[in-house]
Each structure stands twice: as structure tokens, then as C-alpha cells.
Design a binder for this molecule. Sequence first.
Ligand SMILES: Nc1nc2c(c(=O)[nH]1)N[C@H]1C(S)=C(S)[C@@H](COP(=O)(O)O)O[C@H]1N2
Ligand SMILES: [Mo]
Length: 327
Amino acid sequence: MLIRVSPQHPIKPSEITPESVHADRRQFLARMGLAGAGLALAGCSEAKPPQPSVSAAAGPEAALPALDVKKKTEMAGNEKLTPYDDVTHYNNYYEFGTDKADPARNAGTLRTRPWTVAIDGECEAPGQFDLDTLIKPHALEERIYRLRCVEAWSMVIPWVGFPLADLLKRFKPNSRAKFVQFYSLADAAQMPMIKRGVLPYPYREGLRIDEAMHPLAFMVVGLYGKVLPNQNGAPIRLMTPWKYGFKSAKSIVRIRFTETQPETTWNAIGAAEYGFYGNVNPEVDHPRWSQASERRLGELFRKPTLPFNGYPEVAPLYAGMDLRRYY
Ligand SMILES: Nc1nc2c(c(=O)[nH]1)N[C@H]1C(S)=C(S)[C@@H](COP(=O)(O)O)O[C@H]1N2
Ligand SMILES: [Mo]
């Protein structure tokens, strides 16, 4: 989403456009070149799983510590993994810039330790927790999930984390806890775009409590076996693979249980375009583009988009709901 508004003017939903056509074409052509090279290489090393590319390994991510992964689950139909270099250099993280290359360039200023997460709202055991203490009780698991961005591109990523439900239950949500809201960090000293005000910060997202408790909802602390790069939402972010990527808040500092549906960032600035649910649905187009197909990063041809992004096990959460109305 390229936003062409000056910081002095409040943003209108009509001004939030997808990647501009020429930028998209430039990237597409560049990728065709890359994809061609990738194809030739893949022919010689078919048995090998995709590895972080040389350029990524030489960058700052090379220093990221490996994580102790206890269990691995393939949950993307054995589709080819998106190369590490793409996963970490084609990002949406507006606090560090609106261009897809900006987060990798600018997120080096984010300090991910010490890191505190506040848990509050409708629960019996709220508190402020040091991140390492918070995640210590959880065995780390790798889950290969698809990420489908609302802008109609997608990736297949080996995330490392643990079920969100396991975390939430520890704080004993009470009977009024009907939703969960997530807040990203908003620190102008570390995030160059906070003052520019392209989005209303802090970035906030939310789930209904039953969605949050669904076994697919995942708290992410790493990818490709290593600690999360800053641009991917270090030190802790959400991943709900059946929803558009904007639901997965990065660099989370607060988790709040609420009784009523919480405000979420994209919904607040453009409710007609970004629903609270954000479930991937090929039949419900974005007002300005189709959601029927997607461009998988690193691949030449578009793929059809699947209902719930290919995770039909979540469908019972929405039984009886009109998914055109609750998009
Ligand atoms: N705090 C914050 N979280 C965010 C965003 C953002 O701009 N700020 N972008 C969202 C969007 S639109 C997507 S598609 C995913 C992208 O995650 P990735 O860069 O790890 O692929 O992060 C989501 N989480
Ligand atoms: Mo997105």
C-alpha cells in the first residue's frame, strides 16, 4: 500500500492505494529475472530445502541466534518455502516506512531487549511481564504457514512460536472477555515513521476470543529456525494464517482482553476496505481490487486464493455468519 498523502493531511481511505502500478511492474520484472535464476539453480538442488540466500546470510540477519525448536509441523500443503531473503526484504511494517524494502533498511533501530508485554483488561491474572520470562514456559514449535497479504501477494514461511491459546489461558480471561486486542510498540525514538502519522499509532489489532483460542492462532518469535528479524516483527508478533496479514500485529507490547469489539488500525482508517475479521476470502473483493487470486513471492504465475487461505478447519468459527457482511 503506497500512501501518497503529506503528513499534514489526515488520511482518507480513498487515498490508500495498493502498490503503485509502475513500482509493481518494476518489481515484477526484477523478480522475473530473479525467478529465472532461481529456476535454473533449483534444477541442480531439488532435494535441498530452500536455504537462506547468500546475500541474506551475509547481512545482519546472519547474526540472529538459532532457536531451540522442539517440534515441526508442515501446514502449507508442502508448498515451496518462500526464500529467506524475500521473507525478510519484502515487508509491511509502516512504522519503518511504507515501501516494501523500507522495514529491512530501517528496522535496525528497534531495540528488542529488554522488552515488556502488558496483559490487562478482562482477566484474573493481569500484569507486566519481561518477554523472556513470558515465553519461557512454552516449547517452541515450527509451523509452516501461508501468509496472504490483503494486497494479494503471499508467502510460505516456517514460523517459530507457540499457540496463542496457551499464552492467553495463563492470564485467566474472565467471562466478560469476548475479544483480545493487541498493541504494537509505538516509540518515535526507534521508529522513524511514527511522527509522520501515516497510520494512527500504536498499530492495534484484535480477534474474537474464540478465534484467539483456535489452535491455529500462533504467537511468533522466530522464522527459519532463528530469532525474528526486526522487520518481521521482533521480538514477538501474531500469526493467524487464515486471515489477511494486516491482522498479525508486530512487536507486541500489550495484550488486552475486552468485552466489546476493539478498535483495530486498518479498520479505523478504512472500514469499507479492511474489516474487523479480515478472513481470507476469494469471493469478497477489496473495493479496489480482486481477492480471487494472488502472487506468490518468487513465482511467476498467480495462484487462486483459497477460502480461509486454505485453512478450512476454522470455518466452524463463522458458522451462520454472512461472510460478505463480516469481511
Ligand atoms: N505493527 C505493525 N504490524 C504489522 C504491520 C504494520 O505496518 N505495523 N503490517 C501488517 C501487514 S499489512 C502484513 S501483510 C504483515 C506482514 O508481515 P511480514 O512483513 O512479516 O511478512 O504484518 C502486519 N503487521
Ligand atoms: Mo498486509
